[in-house]
Design a protein around this ligand. Structure first.
Ligand code: ARG
Length: 472
């Protein structure tokens, strides 16, 4: 085949022999880029229309090509067409099929005015556009599950922690919504990425455009983009939108791993806050009694590969000269992997949340452990006119007194209180409770039932806004 285009390849004329098996093995991408076949064919249909409009295909040639491309697309979707061992990449495989079905004369015309470089940059954006919509839906479902769980236990108190130590009482619903908001921001990040995904690299050719005068604005619009990219070199050599998507995926991984960590802790015997549904947990091969939170652990574990995919691509892109380099072929596997990973993790996490049981008693039992109402004493003293610096000391001494005697703040007598500060009263100390501590924190974002109900409404409203943005 010296001097010919290689079978399943798109080049060959200047070569005296075909590529070595080692070259083929290293360069072949059909093992992963076949995912883009449908987008490649959609792009080819738009390209055929542009070639016809510019006079490079007759109306009947274009019609034959477009009909064939639609037929191949259907067969690809049904899995009836798969790449052959000789195909270099998805583009080569699809041209081979076209040439086989329509002959080399017509099948060979479609490649005019485009390059795999502008093609692949366009296809990956089309793929990403669909995945962003899909993964955003999955994210919204997890957010919805968290909000629904919160609404089912609106007033259940629990210990709030900082440094993992008991800090102040909070509502369980407040804590759940604290996991929902970051995930909603991730949806927002995906929604904003769509603006940058709205420009098409098609028409950029190998790097400098084409001499054929094809209407790249029309191609862009046919493919669902707003316009062609402004710079053909940038269009073929940049992958920052892929990196940005991988960042959002990595951030989702970080956010879900923190939720997962809570669920894992909460399902231990020591916490006993939640019980996992049998269908969303696993057993042990040796310990018959075990019920393990594997979904949460896998969500936590897979965040590692999501981070790895981002850093791997960034390392590939760093220092690459303009314009296209074959290194850029390495953008696809991390992107596909991150999207597929979230496609597995998010529905499982959602199911786990939908089905878990909540033990409100266990949550409430420890809400005042660790003198978690000490801040309320200090703030009450401030309301009586004391400086916070002094109030902090008085309350701290009360805690020390209790700790020494092994009693609670409410057990301090009038005499004890008088020895700590003349301002302290028995009524105030007796009035301390989880309920009053919660109710008092009614400012925006606070843990009072009224404030949590308000933020639940705000979350639902924001979900609606993002749903509408994604649907537009
Ligand atoms: N498989 C290649 C990629 O993923 C397609 C573009 C190849 N272009 C080239 N000039 N070899 O980037």
């Amino acid at each position: 085949m010296a001097g010919d285009t290689g079978e399943g390849a798109l080049w060959g004329g200047r070569f005296s022999q075909g590529p070595s098996p080692e070259m083929v093995a290293l360069g072949q991408s059909t093992g992963f880029d076949w995912v883009l076949a449908g987008y490649d064919l959609t792009g080819s249909i738009a390209h055929a229309h542009a070639l016809e409009k510019a006079g490079y295909l007759t109306a009947s040639e274009a019609a034959t090509l477009v009909t064939e491309l639609h037929a191949v697309k259907e067969q690809v979707e049904q899995g009836l067409i798969v790449p052959q061992a000789s195909d270099e990449d998805v583009h080569g495989a699809l041209e081979r099929i076209l040439v086989e079905n329509l002959g080399a004369e017509l099948g060979g015309k479609l490649r005019a005015g485009r390059s795999r470089n502008d093609q692949i940059a366009t296809l990956i954006r089309m793929y990403l556009r669909d995945q962003v919509a899909h993964v955003s839906e999955l994210l919204l479902a997890v957010v919805d599950a968290l909000a629904t769980l919160a609404a089912a236990h609106p007033n259940a108190p629990m210990p709030g922690r900082t440094h993992l130590q008991h800090a102040q009482p909070i509502l369980f619903s407040h804590h759940l919504l604290a996991h929902a908001w970051p995930l909603l921001r991730d949806v927002d990040r995906f929604a904003h990425l769509r603006t940058r995904l709205s420009l098409s690299p098609y028409g950029a050719g190998a790097l400098a455009g084409s001499t054929l005068g094809l209407d790249s604005q029309a191609i862009a619009q046919e493919l669902g983009f707003e316009a062609p990219m402004a710079n053909s070199i940038d269009a073929t050599s940049s992958r920052d939108v892929i990196a940005e998507a991988l960042y959002v995926c990595a951030q989702v991984g970080v956010d879900t791993s923190r939720l997962a960590e809570d669920l894992i802790l909460w399902s231990t015997a020591e916490f006993g806050y939640i019980t996992l549904d049998d269908a969303f947990s696993t057993g042990s091969s040796i310990m018959p009694q075990k019920k393990n939170p594997d979904i949460a652990e896998l969500a936590r574990g897979k965040s590692g590969r999501l981070l790895g995919n981002l850093t791997g691509l960034m390392a590939t892109l760093k220092g690459l000269p303009l314009a296209y380099n074959r290194d850029l072929q390495e953008d696809k596997e991390p992107l596909f992997d991150s999207m597929n990973t979230l496609g597995l993790v998010l529905p499982a996490l959602r199911g786990l949340l939908d089905t878990l049981g909540v033990n409100e008693q266990a949550l409430a039992a420890r809400a005042t452990d660790g003198f978690s109402l000490a801040t309320d004493i200090a703030e009450w003293l401030v309301q009586q006119g004391m400086s916070f610096r002094e109030a902090h000391e008085v309350s701290g001494r009360a805690v020390a007194m209790c700790e020494q005697r092994g009693i609670d703040l409410q057990d301090l007598s009038g005499e004890d209180l008088a020895s700590l500060s003349p301002v302290l009263t028995v009524e105030m100390i007796q009035g301390l409770s989880v309920e009053s501590a919660l109710d008092a924190r009614s400012g925006v974002g606070g843990t009072a039932p009224s404030a949590v109900a308000a933020q639940h409404e705000a979350l639902r409203a924001q979900m609606k806004v993002l749903r509408a943005a994604l649907a537009s």
